[in-house]
Design a protein around this ligand. Sequence first.
Ligand SMILES: C[S@@+](CC[C@H](N)C(=O)[O-])C[C@H]1O[C@@H](n2cnc3c(N)ncnc32)[C@H](O)[C@@H]1O
Length: 276
Amino acid sequence: MATPVFGGEAQATADETAWLEAHFEACAPEYHAMLAAAGIRPGDHVLDLGCGSGQFLGWIAEMAGPQGRITAIDLSPGNTEAAALRGAALLPRPALLAADALRIPLADSCVDVVWCANTFEYLTAVEQSDYLREMTRVTRPGGTIAVKDSEFTHKIFHPADLGFWLRFLQQLAVADGGPFVGRRLPAAFRAAGLTPTVRTFLSERTGPLGPVDRRWIGLSGRAVAADAMRLLGQEDAAAATAFDRQFDDGPECVLDRDEFYYCEGSIVLVAQTPVA
Ligand SMILES: C[S@@+](CC[C@H](N)C(=O)[O-])C[C@H]1O[C@@H](n2cnc3c(N)ncnc32)[C@H](O)[C@@H]1O
């Protein structure tokens, strides 16, 4: 059974929604390039699986064109309602379904391309392969399955105490493998009988940041600091607090310094479904 993303709830909290929207706005060029890797062509029927509030739907509509077709599925009815609103003015207009991606309510071989962004995080290795097999079932032979997900190891905040950061990574890996899902996906594809091409897309920014990047990376930094305070022991409490405080507005804010550097990475895997 798939576990809903977002702390056990399929519906994002207000904070998570704010972060997702800031992230999407700031990383639009990178996200567009990741979606382009799926090779959507005019006239394609595209399935956006785990579509969330439908952030990718506008670009999918542009790529599939008016002769194309879009189906978008999410476990959360709240998300499919938000995605339906976002998709209402698009051509083609997406068909929205609230359903479990492990039991996609579509016929065999009916889509050309599956796009699935950031939904593997809380699945076990077995569930990930089941998920990919279900995507394969609904995709025509020779069609495309494209999966984007995160790999936390690529995340860099500079300046930051490197010892503190490495201890945080270690605790994060022990507590929750989800943020490190990216590295496990090539094996999941192989286990499902798929041979993917694999590419990591980095989003890199240097200080001083403009307002859009400042909001996105500031929210990211706060979220990381909250995780560090939760996961690290008392001996790292001061370092976690210092990490958090550097994002405070004011003359010392790290985001406004020339030396500031931020990086994060997403892995995109693209595979063709077998032709009998
Ligand atoms: C982090 S969000 C990503 C949303 C969107 N793909 C994006 O990249 O902006 C993950 C989404 O996966 C959905 N989800 C989680 N488990 C699912 C499942 N078993 N079936 C369908 N959707 C699922 C959640 O409801 C959530 O909307």
